[in-house]
Design a protein. Structure first.
Length: 87
């Protein structure tokens, strides 16, 4: 799915969920998810978007760690005698 389309859909669904949502117990929420197909679709779309965001954040963190490790290795290669400073 196109990322901008996905973002727009997620934002529209989040607004719809916010308007339609009233505080209730977890059991009442589960009953509503199971019994209302439109609400179930909105709930799962929001859940999917949250999982996508979490995955992207985790992936970005891993990339940052790899880049930092690569920079430390480059520093070791440039000046092998100063390995303590690079660590």
């Amino acid at each position: 799915m196109n990322r901008s389309l996905h973002t727009r859909l997620r934002d529209r669904l989040a607004r719809a969920l916010t308007r339609a949502h009233r505080p209730c117990s977890p059991f009442e929420e589960l009953v509503r998810i199971e019994s209302d197909p439109a609400y179930r679709a909105l709930f799962f779309a929001q859940l999917d978007a949250a999982l996508d965001d979490r995955h992207a954040a985790e992936q970005a963190a891993v990339v940052e760690e790899i880049e930092a490790a690569a920079e430390r290795l480059r520093a070791l290669i440039r000046s092998p005698g100063d390995h303590e400073r690079a660590a």
